[in-house]
Design a binder for this molecule. Sequence first.
Ligand code: NAD
Length: 251
Amino acid sequence: MMLQEIKKKAIAEYFWMNRPWVILTGAGISTESGIPDFRSPHTGLWKQYDPMEILSTDVLFNKPELFYQIGFSILMKFKHAQPNQAHCILASWESRGLVKAIITQNIDSLHIDAGSKKVLEIHGHLRTAHCMKCLRTVSIEKLESLVNGGQIPPHCSCGGIIRPDVVLFGDMLPSSFEEAIKMVQNSPLLVIGSSLQVSPANLIPSLAKKLIIVNLDETPFDNRAAFVLHGKAGMLLNFLDEEVKKIAERV
Ligand code: NAD
């Protein structure tokens, strides 16, 4: 048996012994659904523009053409993406009592589409938008049709500007972030597909007492984790799932 195989079996044992887990996901879990992350090289879409700049409150308020025609339009390209194997395994783990909640930095709704129930979307989502003046909620399709119709910035009937319900660089985090912080203080944490470079979301792993990281590349938290698996989330979670099923059959 290869050393790597022994390590994966040891992780499965550790995962089983310490269940239920809180999961923290980032853009890397959705790359296998065709949605590029921000930091992997050669993903194309973000080559020309810096997402940290373009998806910011500064650009939304001061350069709305740039925000709606470029940033918002890139985000909307992914609304037909489908959950992949990793999203589906996490939903199954929740139904089997192995996962307590998912904290996600993603705005793509793919955990919910896969059937996960307890999902804290700490960077918001792309299902709805709201008027910044009267706070009325509108569907994302309504916002998209206003933008596609050339209304930039898009206006509500009250005259206020409509913006998507995503957390932009420069925004405050929603109340779900507080809930996420509380949750992780009392539970083991499995991080999947995050560079752990975006603050303050990367505060979350620093609070976890037990930590596993599954990510393609190294992260600044690798040396704090009990186990680190470098590779693609779909394949690695599938392996872990197979091993955990064998353990569950044994006990
Ligand atoms: P990130 O782009 O900073 O890092 C993604 C990490 O995922 C990288 O370290 C990369 O090595 C890893 N990765 C890529 N493909 C992988 C795979 N198949 N399996 C395992 N790991 C893989 O992402 P982040 O840490 O989430 O921070 C970026 C910010 O951008 C977040 O705020 C997030 O909300 C937002 N974002 C969201 C989406 C989305 O909703 N799908 C997409 C892009 C960016």
